[in-house]
Design a protein around this ligand. Structure first.
Ligand code: ADP
Length: 255
C-alpha cells in the first residue's frame, strides 16, 4: 500500500564536536515524496546531518521537524517509530545471518507480535512469520538479490550489503528513508538498478534523502540538491541549477 511521504523542515541546525563546527546553523526543506540529494566535499557535514535527522547525534542547537513533530532531543528509536529508516556508509548487517533473515529483522519497526504474543497466540504469529518471509523475499527481489536470499550476508561485497540494508529499511515501511552513499562500491549495472530502485521507492510515496558523491546518479534522479561546504549551504535547487553554479564547481575542484 502507498506510504505517505514525510516532510522535513530544518531550521538553524548546528553541531559542534569539541571546537569543530560540523554544521553551522543550516536551514533546509525537504518536500514529501521527493528524492533530495545532499552533496559536498569530504568533511562538509553530510553524514553529521544524516546522523542528526536519525537521532544518532544530538544537535547543539536548532530544530528538525518531521511532519511537524520536533525531533531534536529524541533518540534513534523514538525517531524510527515516526517512520524514519536509514542505511550506513559501512553496512551494519548481521554477517552470520542470511540476507532474508537480515531483511526480516527490519520489521521490528512495525511493532509486530511481541515475544509473549508469539508464545500465546502461535497461529497468528506463524501467519505473520510466513507473510514476513514472503515480503522479505519480494523486497530482496526489488533490490536484485532474491537469488542469494539464503546466503550469509558477510559473503556479499559492501555495495550489495548496502542494497540489503535498503530492503531491510523498506520492510519497516518508512515515510522517510536516509541513504548514506548508496552508490559506493556498485558496478555500472548495479548503479542503473539503484536508480530504478530509488524511483520505485519514490513511487511508493516514501521521501528519500541521500548523501551521494556520484554526481551522475544525483543528476539523473534527484528532485532537489543541497550542496554543503564547511558546514554551510553553498547552493540548493534542481540538479541543473546546482551543478551549473560556479561556486559549486569551485568547491569541488578546489580551484
Ligand atoms: P562529510 O560526511 O561531509 O564527509 P562529516 O559530517 O563526516 O562530513 O564531518 C564534518 C566535520 O565534523 C569534519 O570536520 C569531521 O572531522 C567532524 N566530525 C564528524 N563526526 C565527528 C565525531 N564523531 N567527532 C568529532 N568530529 C567529527
Amino acid at each position: 500500500e502507498p506510504v505517505q511521504g514525510m516532510a522535513l523542515l530544518i531550521r538553524g541546525l548546528a553541531k559542534e564536536f569539541g571546537g569543530v563546527r560540523a554544521l553551522d546553523g543550516i536551514s533546509l526543506d525537504v518536500q514529501p515524496g521527493s528524492i533530495h540529494a545532499i552533496v559536498g566535499p569530504n568533511g562538509s557535514g553530510k553524514t553529521t546531518l544524516l546522523n542528526m535527522i536519525s537521532g544518532f547525534y544530538p544537535a547543539s542547537s536548532g530544530s528538525i521537524r518531521l511532519d511537524g513533530a520536533e525531533v531534536v532531543g529524541r533518540g534513534p528509536t523514538s525517531i524510527a517509530r515516526l517512520g524514519v529508516q536509514r542505511t550506513f556508509q559501512t553496512p551494519k548487517l548481521l554477517g552470520e545471518l542470511s540476507l532474508l533473515e537480515n531483511v526480516r529483522f527490519g520489521a521490528y519497526a512495525r511493532e509486530l507480535s511481541s515475544g509473549l504474543e508469539i508464545a500465546f497466540r502461535l497461529p497468528r504469529a506463524r501467519r505473520e512469520a510466513a507473510a514476513l518471509d514472503a515480503e522479505a523475499l519480494r523486497l530482496l527481489a526489488l533490490v536484485g538479490l532474491a537469488a542469494r536470499a539464503h546466503e550469509h550476508a558477510a559473503l556479499l561485497p559492501h555495495g550489495q550489503q548496502r542494497l540489503v540494508e535498503i530492503a531491510r529499511a523498506l520492510i519497516g515501511r518508512p515515510k522517510l528513508l536516509l541513504l548514506d552513499e548508496p552508490a559506493a562500491g556498485l558496478s555500472m549495472g548495479e548503479l542503473d538498478e539503484l536508480g530504478d530502485l530509488m524511483r520505485a521507492i519514490r513511487r511508493m510515496g516514501t521521501t528519500l534523502i541521500m548523501v551521494e558523491h556520484h554526481i551522475e546518479l544525483v543528476a539523473s534522479i534527484a528532485d532537489a540538491v543541497t550542496v554543503l561546504d564547511q558546514g554551510r549551504i553553498l547552493a540548493e535547487g534542481t540538479p541543473e541549477q546546482v551543478f551549473s553554479s560556479a561556486a559549486v564547481v569551485h568547491a569541488y575542484t578546489g580551484g
